[in-house]
Design a protein around this ligand. Structure first.
Ligand code: C2E
Ligand code: CA
Ligand code: CA
Ligand code: CA
Length: 279
């Protein structure tokens, strides 16, 4: 039994070592990627339910890796978060999205609001306000043109810091959305204290809206709750016409999902913004 224990221990330390080596390698690659601009922002349309027009574009990061091709954010954002890379990376995303917004304001008559995802660590960073402020100045971004999406969980961790940071962002004229709403545990009392504009109904509730009675109830309750608090609601992950009809019937303000458009590179997303763009 002792031997067995030792073997397991060796195995354990060996695999941990590999894991940490791989991680370090990955971390270094992320730094290089940032220096060499291997990241790209894709944009996914957010549609006004009643008018059927594009109201916003959510920026979603991709890593165009020289050997491994496109890597999705779920695979590298968590590692960027655990290290400090999220700070320069997140600042790059904010600047890049503002630059794109400036370009769309110039190139189209109906520019969208642009949404950017913030990680929990970014929200709690002292530099965030300056980063956002500088980007807005540089690219002449006005009130309500930029939106930041914060997950419910990020907004809930260290509420005092979160409230303070969100208030300062709001004073800069940034709109604020709570992402993945319904998956965390925020209380109504807390929600009321946040200077937010929008709730994003999590995709997991939208997915089975047609078949799962509970999910349908959660969607309807969230919409009612948001409207009672004076907030807008956007549903994510809308893939079918039935989901769209249900959400429209229950007064969901905005819709986002593959039914309308996948996340697209900027030039393709721009085509959707032209008057004869299809949605
Ligand atoms: P999220 O903010 O909840 O973004 C929605 C995710 O759902 C995106 O995945 C999007 O491509 C995907 N999606 C959109 N419509 C549909 C649909 O109809 N069906 C399905 N099944 N999926 C849909 P993506 O681009 O892989 O991003 C994953 C997550 O990575 C995001 O979740 C967000 O939390 C994070 N992320 C993306 N970009 C950034 C960024 O610039 N900064 C930070 N901190 N996080 C980011
Ligand atoms: Ca989001
Ligand atoms: Ca989400
Ligand atoms: Ca998510």
């Amino acid at each position: 039994a002792k031997d067995q224990g030792r073997k397991n221990f060796q195995f354990f330390t060996k695999s941990l070592l590999i894991a940490s080596e791989e991680r370090l390698h990955f971390e270094n690659q992320l730094r290089t990627a940032l220096e060499q601009e291997q990241f790209e922002l894709y944009y996914q349309a957010q549609v006004d339910t009643e008018q059927n027009r594009i109201w916003g574009m959510e920026a979603l990061i991709r890593w165009n890796h020289p050997d491994r091709g496109f890597i999705g954010p779920d695979r590298f954002i968590p590692i960027a978060e655990e290290t400090d890379i999220i700070h320069p990376l997140g600042a790059w995303v904010i600047r890049k999205a503002c630059q794109q917004l400036a370009r769309w304001k110039q190139a189209t008559d109906t520019p969208p609001q642009v949404s950017v995802n913030l990680s929990a660590k970014q929200l709690h960073s002292a530099d965030l306000i300056d980063t956002v402020h500088e980007a807005m100045e540089t690219y002449q971004i006005m009130d309500g043109e930029l939106e930041l999406e914060i997950t419910e969980t990020a907004a809930m961790s260290d509420p005092e810091v979160a409230i303070n940071q969100l208030s300062r962002l709001s004073e800069l004229g940034v709109s604020l959305a709570i992402d993945d709403f319904g998956t965390g545990y925020s209380s109504l009392a807390y929600l009321k204290k946040l200077p937010i504009n929008t709730l994003k109904l999590d995709r997991t509730f939208v997915r089975d809206i047609e078949n799962d009675r509970n999910d349908a109830e959660i969607c309807m309750a969230t919409i009612a709750l948001a409207h009672n608090l004076g907030l807008k609601v956007i549903a994510e992950g809308v893939e079918t016409q039935l989901q769209r009809d249900f959400l429209a019937e229950h007064s969901c303000d905005y819709l986002q999902g593959y039914l309308f458009s996948r996340p697209l590179p900027p030039n393709e997303a721009e085509l959707l913004l032209s008057p004869d763009g299809v949605i």
